[in-house]
Design a protein around this ligand. Sequence first.
Ligand SMILES: Nc1ncnc2c1ncn2[C@@H]1O[C@H](COP(=O)(O)OP(=O)(O)OP(=O)(O)O)[C@@H](O)[C@H]1O
Length: 463
Amino acid sequence: MDLIKNIKDIIIGERSNSDLIKEACQELILDDKTMREIMKRFLHEIQLGLKKETHPAADIKCFITYVQDLPNGKEKGRFLALDLGGTNFRVLLIHLKGDSEFEMQSKIYAIPQSIMIGSGTQLFDHIAECLANFIKEHKLQNERLPLGFTFSFPLKQLGLTKGILIRWTKGFNCEGVVDRDVVELLEEALKRRGDVSIEICAILNDTTGTLMSCAWKNHNCKIGAIVGTGSNACYVERVENAELYDGPANGKEYVLINTEWGAFGDNGALDFIRTQYDREMDEFSINKGKQTVEKMISGMYMGELVRLALVRFTKEGLLFGGQGSDLLFKRYQFFTKYVSEIESDKPGTFFNCYDVLEEIGIFHATDEDCANVRYICECISSRAAHLSSAGIATLINKMNDPSVTVGVDGSVYRFHPKFHDLMMVKIRELVHDHIQFDIMLSEDGSGRGAALVAAVASRDAHE
Ligand SMILES: Nc1ncnc2c1ncn2[C@@H]1O[C@H](COP(=O)(O)OP(=O)(O)OP(=O)(O)O)[C@@H](O)[C@H]1O
């Protein structure tokens, strides 16, 4: 029957469901001209963020991190690190042994949803309690270890140990924290308990941790990027270009900049590529109008974007014979890991795809449906990889060093089967011909990177 229908369609010129879906997905494909326009706008926004006069209204804030030295691999000592920034909260004990050797113990603690959207006091009391438990378990009560705090939300840093929260992202919304110094809030919570003695040496973003962690092994690393729950990047900038730098006149030439690029597009700069899925996603998010490009790239949203496209095509009768399932029509029930699974099927086979569809209650899919579902996943994940590439290529071109390594962390980059390759190809197309680059997976930037920032800071303090 299908064969007869296909032949009939060809003869009388009717297009198949696949053709119609492919045509509708064109808007998700960013051609070269569009990519270069995105890069032009991105660079413009970066420059607005760096300049004193334009910074207050800029979308890409380009915050100063006050980290000015990259590690040399010789750092030594024991450090504590806290990592709060998305799905999990972790406490870590890191022993840097010099010569790029280290040991690490860590424990993951859940942050209940009620705390994620509760009061700031509850959140910091919870963090302090987890830290206290960890210290007890590792019998560290009698030591006063330096601590690096990886806090991966938009922070305006006023120094290495002072960071004001600008806004919550990634599903957090704790009352009474925005506009406050996060280090002070943690110190107050520790004081309320009275049983923990630590020295907070540094507060940093996970992008900074990623960069530091990679630079520890590879001295060419000058960009750290995240494609995880959220998306962001930091890079090495000349102090003379960072107009907001108000740290000591120490003669150091460079400072790390935390771009907070997730907010790119909040002023409409990306409206020319946004689709109905992006708009609906934003409409129903807890931070409407904010983190525009993050919502097009990162793991918190990718599965949901795919789901919105699947819903559309099901309602139009182009998928699953027009019949969905309860889970398909439920927000956030199509997980981003499904996208990786579906795209991991060997060409022409659909084992994972059928499994995923069954998980969301669709038992009546055909091979043609699976091919279409896979195509939709590819369009949305490739767009994410290409938008990340546009950001990274802009930073590489801006730095204009002959050779640069980019450290990347985050589960989307790590687990999506093609994200790395897509980025390598696209960045090659976009960076100046004379520049060599490489992308490396950052191993545990939020933990080891925090220890390294604390180590470099305490090295400086003792020099
Ligand atoms: N196999 C996978 N493929 C693609 N994405 C995945 C996979 N597994 C988990 N994710 C997505 O990755 C995100 C979690 O990323 P990650 O593990 O890097 O966490 P994170 O440290 O909280 O993120 P961030 O660094 O942005 O704060 C979730 O949104 C999840 O949907």
